[in-house]
Design a protein around this ligand. Sequence first.
Ligand code: NAD
Ligand code: UD1
Length: 338
Amino acid sequence: MAILLTGGMGFIGSHTAVELIKEGYEVIIADNLSNSSKKVLERIETITGVKPLFYEIDVAVKEDVMKVFEENEVQGVVHFAGYKSVPESTRIPLAYYRNNLDTALSVLEVMKEKNCKTFVFSSSATVYGDKNKAPFNEEMPTSTSTNAYGNTKLMIEQIVRDFAASWEELSAILLRYFNPIGAHPSGLIGEAPDGIPNNLMPYITQTAVGVREYLGVFGTDYDTPDGTGVRDFIHVVDLARGHVAAINYALKTQGVEAINLGTGKGNSVLEVVSTFEKANDLKIPVKLLPRRPGDIATSFALADKAKKLLGWKAELTLFDMCKDSWNWQKNNPKGYED
Ligand code: NAD
Ligand code: UD1
């Protein structure tokens, strides 16, 4: 009996593979390596002593997903596979709808045909939109977003709800991630963005390593304590453990639950910069810039539901996140490239 991780070679999937293996689960990874490296597999093996079975397939192709189920006994699926860049999704929205929706649909169809009843989905806090006031709780109304990426998350949540309404035995968890940063403390796996990073932490670490000249801080006039954006940064190892807790829970329940994975605490962009500097004894040159279109001032989770239902809460601090992000970056200045 195994847990299938679609997109399991990526940033969050690889950390989840490690934590699931540590808990004694057998892990299978299906990934087309469109945003990841095959090296991740050996790194997972170095950390855990176990090399997961790997299928290099396009998860949007139903027959290929079916083959994984034909050849293995899949107990549950964590569905990470998808494209995730917000700005890219505004340039090529159809590619985002095609890939993100088709991967989800083929996995769900195969699960039904093979009677696999446990599904965990990588959703995002982006579904809370710009009308709700933080802390965001799972009962708040969701809303469409200004970008196709966010809309695919909302649509897949709806698809899963409709599917669950038609199949009572399905157990599905929609995990709404806040802002995952950090890396495995071994420095062997981490976030390896292609090209110029859009997200804050990879931009900071690339500035620290000298690939970028300075960090642009987008907006200093928000209604926040220091005027810069506030986010709920969560260590990717905590996030990965949240998936283990979600799988444990989903295997013994049925129905759909949306659950936040966040720390419940917000930190500003400038707080992240100063914590990074302290944790690593480094200086990050910054340039104060205008707001980035589409950003909200403040986003952080109410993390009570994850604690109550899953018995999970984030344990690691912003200091840990900053240390581990830098440890990964300095040991792998070009990500997984040689
Ligand atoms: P990632 O890009 O590192 O991982 C996604 C993986 O999916 C990659 O390895 C990629 O090669 C694979 N993939 C993409 N399309 C595929 C396809 N058609 N077939 C097979 N494999 C495919 O991203 P991540 O940061 O690990 O995010 C994982 C999931 O979590 C994504 O769905 C993302 O949208 C969601 N999410 C991420 C964040 C974040 O900040 N990183 C926040 C909220 C939600
Ligand atoms: C972004 C996406 C969100 C997605 C998430 C994870 C947008 C509007 N939202 O979230 O949908 O789920 O990434 O992929 O893109 N910042 C800087 N300088 C930088 C980069 C970021 O100041 O170079 C600031 C931002 O303005 C923001 C904070 O840092 O206030 C966090 O930004 P980021 O890491 O991109 O995450 P989100 O915008 O929260």
